[in-house]
Design a protein around this ligand. Sequence first.
Ligand code: PEP
Ligand code: MG
Length: 589
Amino acid sequence: MSAEEQKPKQELIVRGIAASQGISYGQIFVYIQTIIEVPVYEVEKDKRPAEIARLEQALMVTRQQIQKIMSEVEKNLGPDEARIFDAHLLVLEDQALITETVRELEKTGTNIETCFNRIAQRYIKAFEEIDDEYLRERGCDIRDVAQRVLNNLLGRTGQNLGRLVEKRIVVANDISPSDAAGIDSSQALGIVTDSGSKTSHAVIVARSMKIPAVVGLRDFTTKVEPGDWVIVDGYEGLVILNPREATLFRYGQIQRQKKSYEQRLFEANRLPAVTLDGVKLTLRANIEKVDEVALVREYHAEGVGLFRTEFLYLGAPDAPTEEQQYAAYRELAEALAPAPVVIRTLDLGGDKPAQSQAHLFPKENNPFLGYRAIRFCLDQPDLFKQQLRAILRASAHGNVHLMYPMISGRDELARANAVLDECKAELGAEKVAFNKDIRVGSMIEIPSAAMTADLLARDCDFFSIGTNDLIQYLIAIDRVNDRIAHLYEPTHPAVLRTLRHVVVEAHRAKIKVSVCGEMAGDPTFTALLFGLGVDELSMTPPLLPAAKNILRNMKMSDARALAQMAMAMSSPKDINALCERFVSERLKA
Ligand code: PEP
Ligand code: MG
């Protein structure tokens, strides 16, 4: 770590939620969406040509910035995502916008920022009032581009994570999942947010990109100034603003130790997932994008236990077509065959609204209890069928399993399966290949589904427990609310009893149970979950080595005893401490 540019400011240590492991140090980039205030002043007649030249210069710089973002997005996310910015470049070429701005300058004699802003706002309003979704979207493009042009005219740094062109720690009040998906992991050294929790989707994305993150810091953005430096300690959930020399030195040492430990774990991760008493366990990967298949291999996951398909929609201007989805699912299935790939149908809504589907999601008071996932899909059968057909078609090219999110009971599962049968019949009639015996499972993430696991098991080939949502609904803790994040307790007896109940019912019906929520990737709970009888764990690939390390250092008989002991206890904190002790006793040698 270098402290060359550090100013002699007071060190401040703030505790938040450790959301993504790792330590980083760097200068901050503050990301807060604000309304740009445009100063208004008069410009004398002879200075007006210079104003026009300023506008031309700002347009040129904006074009270069957008092109740079495009090439970075293309590199990180692919050409389809990069094409979002084509529309932005078109706005810059809009002659009417430029001519009218110049006319406004000549007419009113006010500064060029004001003229440009007035004309842009007029355009935005006109587009917003049009009763056509496509044209309203163009209004959004103009707003985005106008903000960039204004920022350039005013000499300000714009607010867009896609334009993070230098290595920085992102300090934000909030980051949406699509903001996170647009982050260039080679430029974002760390992420620090006022809001959020361990299971918010933006954090899950950060974890898969191995970006250290601390969230739930409440008002941290009000404490920083541009140019400040911070250490992000994603292990302990600490953020150190303007660290002293001694702190930097200490963190330099911690970072080196952690790195060498992680390197050892990474190397040992090649070994099979077998316990000391010879029981073979299964660890799979959670992924959000097809190109993460490289991580699945690098971290030796036995296939994909959860592919969150909604990320094909997030950040894209249009919903992916059946063909685009088929191509993505097929690529994944072929790349990993014969290992299984569990493709989960769309889970939009909640904290994952999609730009292209925004018109279908009205504002709700309780989005997590609202129009989301399978409820949305059953209400939008065309969109649902498009995805089911794409998954079925991909099943001809590998070991594809299909899974529904947010199933609440047997009728809902039956409705989803009826649509699936319809798709199978259509493909059959069209003579399109698909695996007729595709395995179909349900996520168990709503208490009503857990309680009726015996009924669901009759029509499922497997279960996957989504603890992120299951815990949120079981103990009524909004998973993205930082104020109550400390009450989100995976070791609550209600959680353990529910997990055990689902396992027992699944095994009675002779089907397997996986856990794919964030609890599965927390090494504190590896033994507990396997001890409770869970068959498989699925997690963000970088978390796999720690889980493998624990199971290779434990006996399955001890894990079962641990789970039995935990089930007999009443305090979440005591159960957590018991699990921590189990791990530390086995890893200290
Ligand atoms: C879960 O709820 O645990 C889960 C894996 O689904 P998601 O995090 O995508 O809601
Ligand atoms: Mg979920």
